[in-house]
Design a protein around this ligand. Sequence first.
Ligand code: NDP
Length: 292
Amino acid sequence: MGCVIMSYKLLDGKDLAARMKKAMSKEVEKLASEGIVPGLAVIIVGNDPASRIYVNNKRKDCEEVGIKSFEYALPEETPEEELLGLIDALNQDSSIDGILVQLPLPRHLDEVKVIRRISPEKDVDAFHPFNVGELMIGRPVFAPCTPAGVMELIKDANIDVAGKNCVVVGRSNIVGKPMAMLMLHENATVTICHSKTRDLKAMCSKADILISAIGKANYITADYVKEGAVVIDVGINRNAEGKVTGDVDFPEVSKKASAITPVPGGVGPMTRAMLLKNTIKACNMHNKKSLS
Ligand code: NDP
């Protein structure tokens, strides 16, 4: 009987996130011995089922490492002024180090206005224009969780980024654009693609590092991928049976890739871990501790 030899490295986000959480638990324990408990406030407006799952997961993650989580579940029809008032109060509350507003918000609420109201030093999602600007000039205090999680995975696997061709597919403010910026700061040569890109396949097949954040199941097939490329799949898609898949056709692409993330178990757990990391960082900053 022949055996199958895997020629690619699996970029296991679940494993790395677990290692990071272990280290963070120790850090939080040390803070607790000094009477300091990091606090994360999560605001959810309305009844979006996916948002509810994300918020529940955030609470569990906080519990796991010893961060105190505060949840504010507001009804769908909450007036904007009320939400902004809550953010103002949390900005002033010294037991809160991080504030996160779960997106998307109901249509009557102005997301940009709401995010702008969060104090940048408590903006652990790094969506506030101040933090976006800091990222742009290469000195981020907080990096957005998903792209930052991808960078951790790449570093942990000792993948050299400098000088490589990196293609990011997707240009959203929360994934594609900051992802491209982080890769650029690590000296990759970066191309950002989107739905209007001509000949996406040709662009992607030049990538040494291909990062897909589209949101279309199995869109990136093997013919988009160069032999030996590193492939990062940010996409989260659910099929009719509710099964989660990425943007990348894993069985076929993994035959060509030198390293690849699975979905689930790749970027998702890293996003969650980075939120905890940003919250602890915010706590250290608020308590004027040196940052690790
Ligand atoms: P958006 O819908 O905001 O952005 C999708 C991007 O993909 C857009 O820039 C869009 O282009 C581009 N796009 C769509 N179709 C194509 C196509 N056929 N060819 C090329 N580009 C295309 O999504 P997000 O950035 O918020 O998220 C992307 C994916 O990542 C989703 O599946 C989401 O669920 C997942 N996600 C995963 C996270 C994780 O932790 N793993 C965290 C956050 C998101 P255009 O701008 O032209 O419309």
